[in-house]
Design a protein around this ligand. Structure first.
Ligand code: HEM
Ligand SMILES: *[C@@H]1O[C@H](CO)[C@@H](O)[C@H](O)[C@H]1NC(C)=O
Length: 332
């Protein structure tokens, strides 16, 4: 009897030990997102990315705008998994080619960053992390805050083009829908107001604006600004080959600063969402506060970028480390 009990006890403890072992092994495989994920596997990774972002910015200032816009277009669509970067295949349309992605640019320079990282540590650093870290360093390049961000994201294998419109609001979306979509990621109202401050840099093409100018001018627009917009966008149907656009912030077009909030309060917001952010009673108080305080804007912006960058990542053994950011690895 006693020996039988002992036998069962031994069996049970063996089981417990092996259970604990697999649990900790799983933990070792998947710590989730952490600070300095590559500190042992590729200690230079973050420095290489920072240096590449800096060099590219010296040659092409607008690369930084792209890195900032990319984090929204990748992370807000289900997961920060670099699905945005995949090219179309015979079977699927790329996210880059959808209407919401209009104007996204500089992807070949993201490949430049990836190649530099691959030269040092082949097959180690994900495109998803490179996309997020380039955004962090791009934000600093345009005068924004330094935001410490975690790493350990892995790359998805497929385009999310067919669901993209359920996540990315259109240029004329209502504030209710915008708040709802960001809310689903855990980003609150001041967070949304701060993120839209990204429209303090870069440009908007006439195709996204002409409905506010033709057949008649949107009376909500500042008349002084209308003059400039009509000058930049002289045709109701812009020539798709001509690159016609208006700068998002005429005052400080190259700087991420709170001038965006003064612009939208002055009815100089280019997109309907920008304009409504300054008029909707839920968002207006934060717009006013950010227009007054750059510190408050940066604080909320940093908080919201952090949440956005941690949206539903693939970690551990999920996904893969892509060799090239524009194509999924071949399955063996
Ligand atoms: C309601 C949400 C948003 C809408 C509807 C929206 C829409 C747009 C549109 C239509 C453009 C112009 C594209 C072009 O004509 O080339 C644009 C540009 C831009 N957006 Fe957004 N956006 C939103 C949120 C965001 C967020 C959250 C970020 C980043 C955190 C962001 C960053 C940018 C940047 C940096 C540009 C300028 C890009 C360049 O000059 O290449 N946007 N956005
Ligand atoms: C928003 O603009 C698009 C064209 O870009 C148009 O097809 C759509 O009907 C507009 N939606 C609203 C709600 O006005």
């Amino acid at each position: 009897m006693a020996s039988k009990a002992l036998f069962f006890f031994a069996l049970l403890s063996l089981l417990a030990v092996s259970l604990i072992r697999t649990a900790s092994a799983n933990n070792e495989e998947d710590p989730g997102l952490v600070m300095q994920f590559y500190k042992d596997s590729c200690p230079q990774a973050e420095d290489i990315i920072r240096e590449q972002v800096r060099l590219l910015y010296k040659r092409h200032k607008n690369t930084a705008f792209s890195w900032l816009r990319n984090i929204f277009h990748d992370c807000a669509v289900e997961s920060c998994d670099a699905s945005l970067l995949l090219d179309s295949t015979r079977r699927s349309l790329s996210e880059k080619e959808t209407d919401r992605s209009f104007g996204l640019r500089n992807f070949r320079y993201l490949d430049t960053i990836k190649e530099a990282v691959e030269r040092e540590c082949p097959g180690v650093v994900s495109c998803a992390d490179i996309l997020v870290l380039s955004a962090r360093d791009g934000i600093v390049a345009v005068g924004g805050p330094y935001i410490p961000l975690k790493t350990g994201r892995r790359d998805g294998r497929k385009s999310r083009a067919e669901v993209l419109e359920q996540y990315l609001p259109d240029h004329n979306e209502s504030i209710s829908v915008v708040l709802e979509r960001f809310g689903a990621m855990g980003i609150d109202t001041p967070g949304v107001v701060a993120l839209l401050g990204a429209h303090s840099v870069g440009r908007t093409h006439c195709v996204k604006l002409v409905h506010r100018l033709y057949p008649e001018v949107d009376p909500a627009l500042n008349p002084g600004h209308v003059e400039h917009m009509l000058y930049k966008c002289p045709d109701a149907i812009p020539d798709p080959k001509a690159v016609q656009y208006v700068r998002n912030d005429r005052g400080t077009p190259m700087k991420l600063d709170n001038n965006y909030y003064r612009n939208i309060l002055d009815n100089k917001g280019l997109l309907i969402v920008d304009h409504q952010l300054a008029t909707d009673k839920r968002t207006k108080p934060y717009v006013k506060k950010m227009a007054k305080s750059q510190d408050y804007f940066f604080k909320e912006f940093s908080r919201a970028i952090t949440i956005l960058s941690e949206n539903n990542p693939l970690t551990g053994t999920k996904g893969e480390i892509r060799k090239q950011c524009n194509v999924a690895n071949k399955l063996h």
